[in-house]
Ligand binder design. Structure first.
Ligand SMILES: [Fe+2]
Length: 297
C-alpha cells in the first residue's frame, strides 16, 4: 500500500518510506519476528570499498592505542572477551560516515524513533582463539521487566567473515519478546551454562554486512576457534531520554558543523536536557515531541 503523510505515525511514515526505498522491509519483518536480522553488503547503501576503509581505520586506531590504557582491559572477567576500541566517532571521519549511513539510521529510527541518539560506537577485535561472551541483552541497567520495546539497539558493521568457528554473535530468536534479561540458568552449554545450545543460533554474515538487533534480544558470542582476526563495529543507538554511554562533547564544533544538523542532534548537541537556570530551549524540546503535539497541544 502507499504510505501517506499520516499524522498518527509521524516520524514512522518517513522511516518506513526510507525502509521501502532501500529494500529493507524483509529485514524489518525479520526483526519483528525474531529480534535480529542481517543486511547483506549489497543493500547497506555503502559505497564500494567502504568496509575495507572501516577495517583499515579500526586497525590503524588499534595500532595507535595503548591497550593497557583502557580501563576495561584490566579486568579478566570483563563482559566482552577480546579487545574493544571505544569512542571511535572522534578518531576518524570514516566512523562518522558509518554512523550516518542512511540504512544504519533507518534501522535505528525504526526501532527507537526519529528522535534517537547515538549511544556508543565500539569496535570489537578478537585475534586468535577466544572464549565466548555470555548471553545478555544490551539493555544495560534496565531492571526486569524490560519494556516490550527496546531502549537501545545495535546496528553492527561486520568487517570479517562471521561464522560459528570465527566466534560470531549468537542470538536466541524471539527472545526480544521475553522482556527480561537471561539468568545464569539460561546460558548455553558452550558458555558453561545448562541451556540447550540449540536455543542459540549463529549470525552468519559476510564482511560489509550489517547485523541488526533490538536492545531486548538475548545474544552472546560463540567461542572462537580459528587463528583469523574477527572485527565488527557496534553502532548503538538509544531512545532520546536514555543517557548515552559515550560523551561526544570533545568533537570540535567545526567538525560537527561539517556533518550537518542531524549529526549534531544524534550526538546530543540539540539535547533539551542538561539546562541550568536559563531553562530548556523550546526548539530543542520540539525535536523530541511527536508531530501531533505541535498540531494539537
Ligand atoms: Fe551485547
Amino acid at each position: 500500500m502507499e504510505i501517506g503523510d499520516w499524522k498518527s505515525t509521524a516520524g514512522m511514515t518517513e522511516v518506513y518510506r526510507q525502509a521501502r526505498h532501500f529494500g529493507l522491509e524483509p529485514n524489518i519483518a525479520e526483526l519483528e519476528a525474531f529480534g535480529f536480522t542481517v543486511i547483506d553488503p549489497e543493500r547497506t547503501g555503502a559505497p564500494p570499498g567502504f568496509a575495507q576503509r572501516l577495517l583499515d581505520a579500526v586497525q590503524r586506531v588499534s595500532r595507535q592505542e595503548d591497550e593497557s590504557a583502557v580501563d576495561l582491559n584490566k579486568h579478566a572477567d570483563k563482559p566482552a572477551f577480546g579487545r574493544q576500541l571505544f569512542h571511535l566517532l572522534a578518531r576518524d571521519p570514516v566512523f562518522v560516515e558509518a554512523a550516518m549511513n542512511p540504512v544504519v539510521r533507518t534501522m535505528g529510527s525504526y526501532m527507537l524513533g526519529v528522535s534517537m541518539r547515538l549511544f556508543s560506537m565500539v569496535a570489537f577485535i578478537k585475534e586468535g582463539a577466544a572464549r565466548p561472551t555470555h548471553m545478555h541483552t544490551d539493555s544495560v541497567g534496565v531492571p526486569t521487566p524490560l519494556p516490550f520495546y527496546g531502549s537501545v539497539c545495535n546496528v553492527s558493521w561486520i568487517l570479517s567473515d562471521y561464522t560459528e568457528q570465527n566466534g560470531t554473535l549468537c542470538m536466541v530468536p524471539g527472545s526480544h519478546r521475553y522482556c527480561r534479561h537471561p539468568t545464569e540458568f539460561e546460558q548455553p552449554r558452550f558458555m558453561g551454562g545448562p541451556m540447550d545450545d540449540a536455543m542459540a543460533v549463529p549470525v552468519l554474515a559476510k564482511p560489509g554486512s550489517l547485523a541488526v538487533f533490538t536492545g531486548n534480544t538475548w545474544h552472546g558470542t560463540y567461542p572462537k576457534t580459528t587463528d583469523s582476526t574477527r572485527i565488527h563495529i557496534a553502532t548503538a543507538f538509544c531512545r532520546n531520554y536514555v543517557n548515552p554511554a559515550e560523551n561526544y562533547d570533545d568533537l570540535p564544533d567545526a567538525v560537527v558543523a561539517e556533518h550537518g544538523p542531524e549529526f549534531a542532534r544524534l550526538i546530543g548537541r540539540k539535547a533539551w536536557q542538561g539546562y541550568r537556570a536559563e531553562g530548556p530551549k523550546l526548539e530543542n524540546m520540539a525535536l523530541v515531541r511527536p508531530a501531533y503535539q505541535s498540531v494539537y497541544g
